[in-house]
Design a binder for this molecule. Structure first.
Ligand code: ADP
Ligand code: MG
Length: 339
């Protein structure tokens, strides 16, 4: 070995030690709490453990606050108030509900109503745990009340009113993503540079692992404990919508929690959709949207949106990628790895 190579080798070792010393001056903190009908996780790298824990608590508290505001099952929530009153008169909106509803309506318009938070008039007739579904007449009646164009927002007054009776809203397809963004904002403002916040299938990654992106696995929709794909990601959000989260099977039909507003029945052409976007509010709404739209219209929508990518598993278990991911060979080469 030449002298210069020996020097180089020891330099690398020294640098390695220096890096280890910097890294050990902090701690990776992880915690999970049941919230928003799922598990919310807040993981972060903290230089100062006490401050890291305080920020972790603040992030959880923010998610809890939004859950209290947007949970349709909680009769005291602002959303329940809207569902009770907006059929009679305009109901004032908090800044957060205003923002989430506007974003939801944006995706309704983009998708011609595939994403529609007024799906709830039909959605509330299903009980996935109790394995019950409405009969055809009842479903048809409820389906007629689904129409995002009748969610009437007055931006000046910041109010919402329903344009027809029988309407109800459920923000289950977008609220978790919004909450994840808000939690990440709290961590970032507090000086955290590396973190992951997730609420069920909606995650946002702040920073990277120092010198490389984090590897994020997309669950295999039919094989427990396996990944359909693994993608390197940094500073982005990723959401997955699947037909395996909340479902029951009766007479060979899979009843699950993502409904096609056109039929009031579970969308049945895909097994899972993962969307990568800068913000989780968008990845969340879009994963549900594309799941309802189906493969070709879904990919066309994603390919028309700059900065948005998709990994889709079709009904035969075949993987499909949006154009930008197909061009990015690093991402594709990581697919089919096992958990
Ligand atoms: P989760 O993370 O809860 O599994 P997804 O992002 O996959 O959520 O979205 C499913 C949720 O979205 C459902 O539980 C329901 O609350 C809501 N939802 C279902 N169908 C629609 C739809 N067509 N438009 C808007 N929201 C929907
Ligand atoms: Mg979603």
């Amino acid at each position: 070995m030449s002298v210069s190579r020996i020097i180089h080798f020891s330099l690398v070792l020294l640098l390695g030690f220096a890096q280890a010393a910097v890294v050990s001056a902090g701690q990776w903190l992880e915690a999970a709490r049941p919230m928003m009908g799922t598990e919310v996780r807040v993981e972060l790298w903290a230089g100062d453990t006490a401050r890291g824990r305080a920020l972790q608590d603040a992030a959880f508290e923010e998610v809890a606050r939004l859950d209290r505001m947007m949970n349709p099952m909680n009769t005291g929530s602002a959303l329940s108030w809207i569902n009770r009153e907006a059929g009679n008169s305009p109901v004032p909106l908090s800044a957060e509900l205003f923002e989430v509803l506007q974003r939801a309506l944006h995706y309704s318009r983009l998708s011609g109503g595939a994403f529609d938070v007024s799906f709830a008039s039909a959605g509330r007739l299903y009980d996935y745990r109790g394995e019950t579904a409405p009969d055809a007449d009842l479903l048809e009646q409820a389906r007629a009340s689904i129409d995002y164009r009748d969610i009437l927002i007055d931006p000046e007054a910041s109010t919402v009113r329903f344009g027809q009776p029988g309407m109800a809203l459920d923000l289950g397809g977008i609220a978790k993503g919004y909450a994840v963004d808000r939690a990440i904002e709290i961590l970032s403002r507090g000086g955290i540079r590396s973190a992951v916040v997730s609420a069920g299938g909606d995650s946002r990654i702040l920073g990277d692992l120092g010198d490389r992106p984090r590897m994020i696995g997309i669950r295999h929709p039919r094989r427990e404990g396996e990944f359909a794909a693994v993608i390197p990601l940094a500073d982005t959000a990723i959401s997955t919508s699947g037909d395996y989260e909340r479902f029951f099977i009766r007479d060979g039909v899979r009843y699950h929690h993502i409904l096609d507003p056109a039929t009031g029945k579970s969308a049945d052409t895909l097994q899972s959709v993962s969307i990568i976007a800068p913000r989780a509010v968008d990845s969340d709404a879009l994963s549900t949207t594309v799941f309802v739209l189906g493969l070709e219209p879904g990919l066309a929508l994603v390919n028309s949106l700059p900065g948005i990518d998709a990994v889709i598993v079709d009904s035969n278990g075949k993987l499909h990628y949006s154009e930008d991911l197909l061009l990015n060979t690093t991402a594709v080469s990581y697919t089919h790895l096992r958990a």
